[in-house]
Design a protein around this ligand. Sequence first.
Ligand SMILES: *Cc1c(COP(=O)(O)O)cnc(C)c1O
Length: 431
Amino acid sequence: MEKENCYYVKNGLPNKWYNIQADLPEELPEEIDEICNGQSKIDQMNKIRVKELVKQDKSKEKWIDIPEEVIEKYQAIGRPTPLMRAIELEKYLDTPAEIYIKREDLLPTHSFKLNSAIAQSYYAKNEGFKGVISESGAGQWGLALSYATSMYDLKNCFFWVKVSREQKPFRADWCSFFGAKIINSPSNLTTTGQKVLSEDPNSPGSLGISIGEAIEFASKNTEYAYVSGSNLPHVLLHQTIIGLEVKEQLRNIGVKPDTFIACCGGGSNLGGFIGPFIFDPNYNKNTTFLAIESDAAPRLTKGEYEYDNADPYALTPLTKSYTLGRNYMPPPIHVGGLRQHNGSGIIGMLRHNKLLDAIAYSQEEVLQAGKIFMKCYGMIPAPESSHAIKAAIDIAIDAKKNNEKRVIVLCMSGNGVLDINAYKTLKPDKQ
Ligand SMILES: *Cc1c(COP(=O)(O)O)cnc(C)c1O
């Protein structure tokens, strides 16, 4: 059975990723190179990255084969993940809206990050690297990478934003069981970390700082590849496994949503989820695509669409996306996965072309929404995912007021049982 040149094999698992770059209204703005310590930054980055991933970043091919070995791992981790109709939540809200949820939280390490971690580890192994070096915000990428690298017998070392690691000690233990080496960021191991610590010895860290540290560390440890868990086109590409599965699942139940919702940090779960729909002529008119961000890092709602570096000391080449400025220091909130100053160039372009709407919510209101979901279904959503739930709840409440039929689908990006400290900041309910 062929659909859109992508074959669904093995119970609804696609055998190709969808490359949105083939359909974008304009070409993605090129990275701008700069000379740093006498060397081109792009050359520097290419030296420490996996070649196949660099190639995928530039590809304009619409469909890219998922290697057979990666499809097997996707099956092993429980893909395709379910698309669930959230009837309990609809009843709780007493809404005429239908709410569907893509359950990426059911993956073994609790988030969608595994989809790209497996693919990246596979390519790194193929190219003969001994291991990978990366960064992590809330620790979900670090954990996914710890498991994925252990599948391929690779070493894994990552710089973890200090404040987030301290908020999530059990996730750190889980990573260490796979043999991962975790470094608290800012650290004394890199000049980036040393500079930050000399200005503020108690710096909580930020994703930008840990990116800077990871790149610097990888440049000195050349048997290791530098990999990243979001922002870059190849990460969004791997995550289209989510949207492609959803498309097939919606087709099977004969449902056509009018609203797609996902939380947005670097933009990979959002991009992978909505990517296969946004330029589909069956969907693109009268369909709302909604990015939900944290008001602690409101790039898409308050930032500028301009060139910026991903790290504060400008080791990375300039890429165009929505940014709050590379020196923006987000407050130490619990939604680590959304705490960064810029994000994906692809998401930036979609937003700039008015193909994507965005809303920012506060931590408090988002966690309250997560708690409503928990009461309906028993599980604790990742605080990042609770951003998407909050938006769905608001739309469903409006639908009731206006007596409107709405069909909403949201991406549940992760499970938040190890982010339980975030929910403990809420006042207890009255008994
Ligand atoms: C990393 C993460 C996010 C944010 O990352 P994106 O690249 O914007 O998708 C959201 N939710 C969870 C559970 C995460 O781990």
